[in-house]
Ligand binder design. Sequence first.
Ligand code: NDP
Ligand code: ZN
Length: 351
Amino acid sequence: MRGYGMKAVEQPAWLEKPKPKAGPFDAIIKPKIVAPCSSDTHVMHGGSSPRENLILGHEAVGEVAEVGEKVTKFKKGDFVVVPCTTPDWNEPGVQCSVSNAHDAGLMRSFKFLTQKDGVFAEFFHVNNADANLALLPEGVSPEAALMTVDMMSTGFHGVELANVEFGDSVAVIGIGPVGLMAVAGAALKGAGCLIAVGTRKASIEVAKAYGATDIISYKDGDIVKQITDITGGGVKRTIIAGGNAETFAQAVQMTLPMGTISSVNFFDIKDTLSMPAAVWGLGMSNKDIRCGFCPGGRVRIEHLLQLIKHGRIDPTKIITHKFYGFDKIEEAFHLMDSKTPDLIKPIVYID
Ligand code: NDP
Ligand code: ZN
């Protein structure tokens, strides 16, 4: 079968691979709609440990093509939503941890891209299908469902890690698709002042629609100063969903004592995250620093789908570009990489 991915770092390419096989608990899925993610482009550029001969992609909804003999909840032909994080639920990491992202070690529940080929293929493999697939509920469009598998789950995780409470002042650094979902999630959780940091015109409009009260640009000078000026001192919760190695110290500095800094950002493998001790109150500020990876699994996705079904959020506002046809994955991937001002999230209809 064909798939789009990378021959090596900085070498995106179409690849020919054998069709994956389902073990007894697994499913093989034929993707119907896929979306490229910033994490796919980071991997192609070598921002994590180097990969070779790998099909990229980890965001998909699709049709079940085949199930293993132990799968009981899904059958051939079902339309399913596939979390990008698909834990092996037998591993101790998921049985004793609050997060399901690290089943057998750091980020080991993220199987696509790290341990096997991704979803930009004619077919892809999902482990533990009964616990990792979700049916598309009535009243939710496939496009909206596609936005739950990573963008909503990750952006909302930033909000969960930040412990946003009613009336809290919140800053969201970065308003690409992940940060925009964090803005929407923070508004749902009752943020008061909600400041978003970003410059792309398309993103600014959507941030306002999702409830941002103020927008600032990192291109207009120090974001710490801009945020302390708006709030008269700083914010209670800061969520990092974009930026560079310097963003981390800025986030700690703009956060009030007893506040929380959360990060769902992908820092580059070459980055060093340094921070002057003074901005962390010499270690005595009670500022919590928390970070996390996109939670996955069936129940997580079912919960997010309920928010869409009942009109709490419309994640399709972040979809700015639609492509039609399997071969268009390449163009959509390069668009995601180039981050034009009108881009938030592209999707590709496979048929
Ligand atoms: P985007 O690149 O689309 O968005 C990044 C945002 O950060 C943009 O709003 C950008 O502004 C802003 N930004 C860039 N530089 C700075 C800076 N110096 N200071 C402040 N803001 C800045 O990314 P995505 O939304 O797609 O993803 C966000 C991050 O989350 C990525 O690193 C991605 O890999 C990661 N990720 C992590 C996951 C997890 O499980 N933890 C899952 C999925 C993604 P502008 O566009 O105006 O330049
Ligand atoms: Zn992703």
